[in-house]
Design a protein around this ligand. Structure first.
Ligand code: 13P
Ligand code: SF4
Length: 303
């Protein structure tokens, strides 16, 4: 506790010196979410990065999030606590594979989940997050969509749109691990609880949801629901904001395995160190960034 107090004091000092803003995803450790200027889901944090006047953006999340911030704010310095914090789902699609699919479906528009590399975004018509996926797909001209990389979110969106989606076979290791059996056991143990679930979970698990949405949407739903008890089907870090917003409610995570090891690579010590050293920094080659930026900016314009 004493060490964390010292780290937090040092962080405040460094933030002023560097004119920095700290963005943290809801899946980050509590000790990071506590000191963030903004906590949010992927969509909200991308918006904050695009809007900020700060000189330095410290992005506490996984690599593609820092990259998206750098693409949207190319004149800012973007630093991250640890460059080993990646997203395995983002690595499940490569440029060669996507180009092949585009050649097979020349009339299809490419809609890419923001959980992807800058190179993939550069091959993309429009990006989306779990918060706006249906809206983005419906906003696209034409009726054929190439969707990368999350098959689970893709299946969820396919049920809500008339467009024909060609869906890549990627998935999130963490969310995809949750099974129907896990959820049924929890429902039996907590019969009054509502089940809230992230669309990165398997379709048959999502089908059990009383509410389906991005992390921000889940937090908002739980706060506003008259219900007092919830089974949560998303990453464990979300508990920080859930408990902050709804201190009188009870949250049961659907399993103890809903932990993204990549998100947990970051900690307070590394956060302070990266601001101290102004490293590791995110760099995106300008030719890639310029193309990728269009796909992100189009997403931010979808109402
Ligand atoms: P959201 O931030 O859109 O809820 O997505 C969750 C996620 O898995 C981020 O890596
Ligand atoms: Fe990637 Fe899943 Fe971790 Fe999000 S929770 S960063 S999608 S592995």
């Amino acid at each position: 506790a004493e060490q964390n107090r010292e780290l937090r004091e040092r962080l405040l000092q460094l933030k002023k010196e560097r004119n920095a803003i700290i963005l943290a995803h809801y899946y980050q450790r509590d000790e990071i979410q506590e000191v963030a200027d903004f906590r949010g889901d992927s969509f909200l944090l991308a918006q904050k990065a695009a809007e900020t006047d700060a000189d330095t953006i410290v992005f506490c999340g996984v690599h593609f999030m820092g990259e998206s911030a750098k693409i949207l704010a190319p004149n800012k310095t973007v630093i991250i606590p640890d460059e080993r914090a990646g997203c395995p789902m983002a690595d499940m699609v490569n440029v060669e594979g996507l180009r092949k699919l585009k050649a097979q479906h020349p009339n299809a528009k490419v809609v890419t989940y923001i959980n992807s590399s800058a190179e993939i975004k550069a091959e993309t018509d429009i990006c989306c997050t779990s918060a706006n996926a249906v809206k983005v797909v419906n906003s696209v001209e034409g009726d054929e969509i190439i969707w990368v990389p999350d098959k689970n979110l893709g299946h969820y969106v396919q049920q809500k749109t008339d467009k024909k989606m060609i869906i890549w076979e990627g998935y999130c290791n963490t969310h995809d691990m949750l099974t129907v059996k896990d959820v049924e056991e929890m429902k039996a143990n907590y019969p009054n609880a509502e089940f809230v679930v992230h669309p990165e979970c398997r379709p048959e698990v999502v089908a059990l949801g009383d509410f389906v949405g991005s992390t921000t949407a889940i937090i908002k739903y739980c706060k506003e629901s008259p219900n007092k008890e919830f089974i949560v089907g998303t990453e464990d870090g979300t508990g920080y904001q859930l408990r902050l917003d709804s201190p009188d409610k009870t949250f049961h995570f659907a399993t103890k395995y809903l932990v993204c090891p990549n998100m947990k690579v970051n900690n307070l010590k590394k956060l302070v160190r990266c601001l101290e050293n102004m490293s590791p920094q995110i760099y995106v080659p300008p030719q890639v960034a310029d193309k990728a930026r269009l796909s992100l900016e189009r997403m931010l314009l979808v109402k």
